[in-house]
Design a protein around this ligand. Sequence first.
Ligand SMILES: [Zn+2]
Length: 442
Amino acid sequence: MKPSILFKNIHVISAVPDPLLPWLSMENAWVAIKDGLISCVSDNRQDAAETLDGSDYSEYDGRHKLLMPALANLHGHIPMTLFRNQADDTNLHDWLFNVIFPREAKLDEAMVSKGTRLGLAEMIRSGTGAAADMYYHHEAAASAAQEAGLRLNFCCDCKSKDASGKDQVQQALLEQAMKLAEQAPDDLLRASMLVHSVYLYEADVYPQLAQLAESLNCPVQVHVSETRKEVVDCLQKYGQRPPKQLADFGFFKTSTLAAHCIHLDDEDRQILASPTITCVHNPASNLKLGSGFADLRAMMNADIQLGLGTDGAASNNNLDLFRDMRLAAFLAKGLSGDAGMMSAETILRMATVDGMQGLGFDQSGLIAEGFAADLQVIDLNQIELTPLGNPVSALVYSGSGSYVESLMVAGRWLMEKRELKTLDEEKVIFEAGQASEWLNQF
Ligand SMILES: [Zn+2]
């Protein structure tokens, strides 16, 4: 049984299902949590307490606090926390092939587990309740996420080399990963197929992967058009741009997280404007690696579904999605010359309910009855949040992950009053530090 909780006198901020309607902003609200779900959102105590059926519940004093949905981070490589601040000021291709890949070759499951725990702890501290993880050793990732209690859409790398060194596809491995996700309690996990990009594998393996994803109805995570070089190389090798080439291989038929999508033309955008695809904007990583920036105005005009991601800590160099919300908004305004572009509401919606849907967690991302209790409490006693003004603006433009006081996922506290409840923070930092020191000698 999960403990029931009653948030009292708290300021509730949430998008509502219809994107055209105003946000829910209710001061002195009462919010009841039961069995991992939001059972009531009300302006009076009696209504909220009644849904708890007189069962034992704890109260959370919400004065000078704000209750909002947990954030959704749609693209990242969580264990790359181990490479943080080790490989900076380098363009993507040099960075990937000369710095990251040689070190990743030394990674084992135990190290992935330590790096994942570090990343999950960082996300919990900064209000992220669900994330995508494109990496290897998926069992370590799934197990760390369940221990931490955070929702994770993890990747399974179901491609391996056969005896002759040729790429081959392992259906059984992907099936196992999907089963692992289905059996996770509290609907915490989703499994995706890892397709790194259009440039990393042998040509004949892509159609096999696409066919397998379709036959199992398995979601896919893939990098798309991240650099100009990727597009030029793809045109040279296949005579087509990455989105068209991936579509021709047979991808995009199942739910897809397409990370970056920076260098696009009109035809690319038409292909990506599909109900199965969420393009993931990673402004900090894209700028830091000198890859460029996604044209959000053109993508929104093309009706592309958008989500927000931090990417890995080796290219960001942190996983605080509040920073990326602010950067995404400012970048879009500056590039378009239109200050109305990417309003605070638009960005926060991307990082909450739209993001949760992109990850496959449809019952999360809103503060509404029946939705999962994936919530965070912001402490408003901050210099930077005074005066609060428009609360959504405050969160996006002057907010920071360090103002998150508490985070729950599926009604379970992952952090309560700044104390991590599921991970041993000291141990996580120590073990990740050791693993990182060893790895970064290569
Ligand atoms: Zn990435």
